[in-house]
Design a protein around this ligand. Sequence first.
Ligand code: AMP
Ligand code: MG
Length: 310
Amino acid sequence: MKINLGNIKKAQKLLNKSECVAIPTETVYGLAGNAYSDKACKIIYKIKKRPKNNPLIVHYLNNQTLKKDCSFNNDFLKLYRVFCPGPITFILDLKKNSKISKIVTNKKNTLAVRFPKHPVTRNLLKKLDFPLAAPSANPSSKVSAVSSNDVKDDFGKKVKYVLDGGKSSIGLESTIIDIRNKPKILRLGGLEISAIEKILKKKITISNNPSKVSSPGQLKIHYSPGIPIRLNVKKTNKKEAYLSIKKMKQNKPNFYFLSKNGDLKEAAKNLYSTLRKIRKKKYKSIAVSKIPNKGLGKTINDRLKRASKF
Ligand code: AMP
Ligand code: MG
């Protein structure tokens, strides 16, 4: 993708004034602000209508720029070397003298950090002398945005500027791992757990207890397209949209598919845009056929399950 330096400059200017801009990442679009500025971070929560107890992920260019804010261990470095920049978010201990706004962390002493791979956002980060707090660029509890038009659809003029970077190549949020002591997955995401286990050479637990939520991405209701979703459906009727993992032999107007041949990467990339497309067609509900529960299919099923709690 060709990088438009004029657009990056525009985003840079607004961010330097503690304004918020939407940024492209390979997972989903983010609603970004200066992570050292209380003012910028307050705007993010306000625009997203995000509960204050749901802390933000902070985006860094690399682990050199992270050093002044967080301490990290060997497990972090092992995963960083292999997967960063990429779709993995680490929960780390905040350093006492860090300048990260208390609004970002809801006064916790831990910080969620990520190193985005998208070339436009990396170029922007290189030009800034602060990291970017950026939750997904969608109203709280709704479907994430995977293109600049999605962000504009959701927020209109409330977001001062949307930096365009095309369609997000992964299309699912990052995998969140608490790496401080015994590694623990807090949210399934765009990086498969088996790949992480291979590098750390150990089995990793998934923390999925909603009564002890430490990461609201775990909350039951989330990622909702705003209409009911039924899962594992074999038979449907023409009043509802029917969503399947691969293209069906029959092609009816209410049939939608996530990939041509059932490829899970392709399906992940198309998940949110297809849910948005269906919503625009004014169907009253969505029926989803069975999706294989392996690899990225696990993340797709996790999102659909939470979205179905509407
Ligand atoms: P989003 O940016 O909308 O994809 O959501 C970010 C996710 O990161 C949410 O589920 C947060 O709760 C989670 N998160 C952010 N900071 C922390 C933290 N310090 N500890 C645990 N989870 C966190
Ligand atoms: Mg989100």
